[in-house]
Design a protein around this ligand. Structure first.
Ligand code: FCB
Length: 476
């Protein structure tokens, strides 16, 4: 019995040519460990993703980021490709262990030099550099000392933010502290499907808090460093819909919305954890790690909020046939709410198995704008993995192109409804190391042949270049 109240795409103009507001920031995104390679070059030390990917059984086919797209050595070619696309901005992350090996102490001049050259190359091509300080690659030494469940890691992160700003603050204005702290906390320490691969529910909750604290401290550090830093954070948000209006399903949706969305949005934008979430988490954590003053630090005002959107969660309450028992059971992506069932609606999916749901983007953007203080919003990631084939030196990827078109139409509908959405970053510029899926999932607008490192812009890249050129979508 399905009775899902999924908003339709009716509110979204699916066929007309659409114009975006002047100055809309068109971009594409990547992350250091997914593209750079050069893992043991010029003083870089291992991060948790080096350790994890080199541990048998953790990543599909034993793939690692050792070489990835070799962007470290090919960044000039890659910036030229960005310029060919007409990108207005490029969102990338810094490798903490390349800049500050071991996660604390002295700076590595070669690491700093790489990012300075990259930024200079971007600026020379009129591409706005958009820096993410942390996209999941904690220096291994800091994990060995306790990782994100340890409070000290938040302090180390703020120190690293100061170091990064000293290196790049004269030429980088847009700073994102964290990318998707939900993944770092709950996939890294809860389900163990991401580095460091720990399966400790209480540690996942502590990690989530210390990531938030690190975000707040880093925000303050960036501001204290002076200059013109515009600071934000990127969260991955999901609309969460109950499968039916039955109370158990509605409660399941409340629980997952709490863990996936409000765990991060409420501390950052309201300075508090939601009371219902704290209650849900009681079987796994007493939240004693939250100290006086933490939430004030975490809610340091921001200049913008980055939202990564890929899909919607549709959920149902516990299976009524299952034996009654408490909720808690590791390993868990959803500590304290393990019995919630995730429902597949039978919609078309990407290669990740994620249902394609453009309406969800309108929903999440309007909700954030409605429920939290007015803040400029950016879609900092959105995109799709599909299997691509190279035919006669070309890659035709109509499904990816349609995905981008659908979601940009959704973004436009949100803007029309009054949401201050100021930019959109496609995920991803290049095919790359897709975490636990290794190189088996391709998200790029530019195809990468990992043997030859040859890059081929796909049809979606050419389409996106046209969208940027006209600051809008062509008619269908
Ligand atoms: C996001 C990550 C990004 C990429 C996409 C597909 O969760 O931020 O690195 O893996 O998913």
């Amino acid at each position: 019995m399905t009775n899902i109240s999924t908003p339709t795409l009716d509110a979204i103009d699916r066929s007309s040519a659409l114009s975006f507001p002047p100055g809309f920031l068109w971009g594409a995104a990547t992350a250091a460990y997914q593209i750079e390679g050069a893992a043991a070059v010029d003083g870089r030390t291992p991060s948790i993703w080096d350790t994890f990917s080199h541990t048998p059984g953790r990543v599909v086919e034993g793939h690692t980021g050792d070489v990835a797209c070799d962007h470290y050595h090919r960044f000039r070619e890659d910036v030229r490709l960005m310029a060919d696309l007409g990108l207005k901005s490029y969102r990338f992350s810094l490798s903490w262990s390349r800049i500050q090996p071991g996660g604390s102490g002295p700076v590595n001049p070669a690491g700093v030099d790489f990012y300075q050259r990259l930024v200079d190359e971007l600026l020379a091509h009129d591409i706005v550099p958009w820096v993410t300080l942390y996209h999941w690659d904690l220096p291994q030494e800091l994990e060995d000392a306790g990782g994100w469940p340890l409070r000290d890691t938040a302090e180390r992160f703020a120190e690293y933010a100061t170091v990064a700003h000293a290196a790049l603050g004269d030429r980088v204005r847009h700073w994102t502290t964290l990318n998707e702290p939900w993944c770092s906390a709950f996939l890294g320490y809860g389900s163990g499907t991401h580095a460091p691969g720990r399966t400790e529910a209480a540690s996942a909750v502590r990690a989530g808090h210390h990531l938030l604290l690190g975000h707040g401290l880093a925000t303050q550090a960036l501001r204290a460093a002076g200059g013109q830093a515009e600071v934000g954070v990127t969260v991955n948000l999901y609309p969460v819909s109950p499968q039916t209006s039955a109370p158990a399903d509605v409660d399941a949706a409340r629980r997952i919305d709490g863990l996936a969305n409000r765990f991060f949005l409420d501390p950052i934008l309201r300075g508090e954890y939601p009371a219902d979430l704290v209650e849900d988490l009681r079987p796994v954590s007493d939240m004693a790690h939250v100290r006086d003053g933490d939430l004030a630090t975490i809610s340091t005002p921001l200049d913008m909020l980055g939202i990564n959107y890929y899909s919607r969660h549709v959920v149902a309450g516990p299976d009524p046939q299952a034996p009654a028992q408490g909720y808690w059971r590791p390993p868990s992506t959803w500590p304290g709410s393990e019995k919630v069932r995730f429902v597949n609606r039978g919609l078309p999916v990407t290669d990740m198995g994620w249902e394609i749901d453009g309406a969800g983007l309108v929903e999440i953007l309007t909700r954030v704008h409605r429920d939290y203080p007015e803040l400029p919003l950016y879609v900092t990631e959105n995109g799709a993995a599909f299997t691509d084939t190279v035919v006669d030196g070309r890659v035709d990827d109509p499904q990816r192109l349609a995905y981008f078109d659908e979601h940009l139409r959704a973004a436009h509908a949100a803007i029309s409804a009054g949401v201050p959405l100021q930019g959109y970053f496609a995920w991803s510029l290049l095919d790359n190391f897709e975490w636990a899926w290794g190189y088996t999932r391709r998200f790029g607008m530019i195809h990468v042949d990992y043997d030859s490192q040859r890059r081929i812009p796909k049809a979606s890249a050419k389409w996106y270049a046209e969208v940027i050129r006209r600051n809008g979508l062509p008619a269908q």
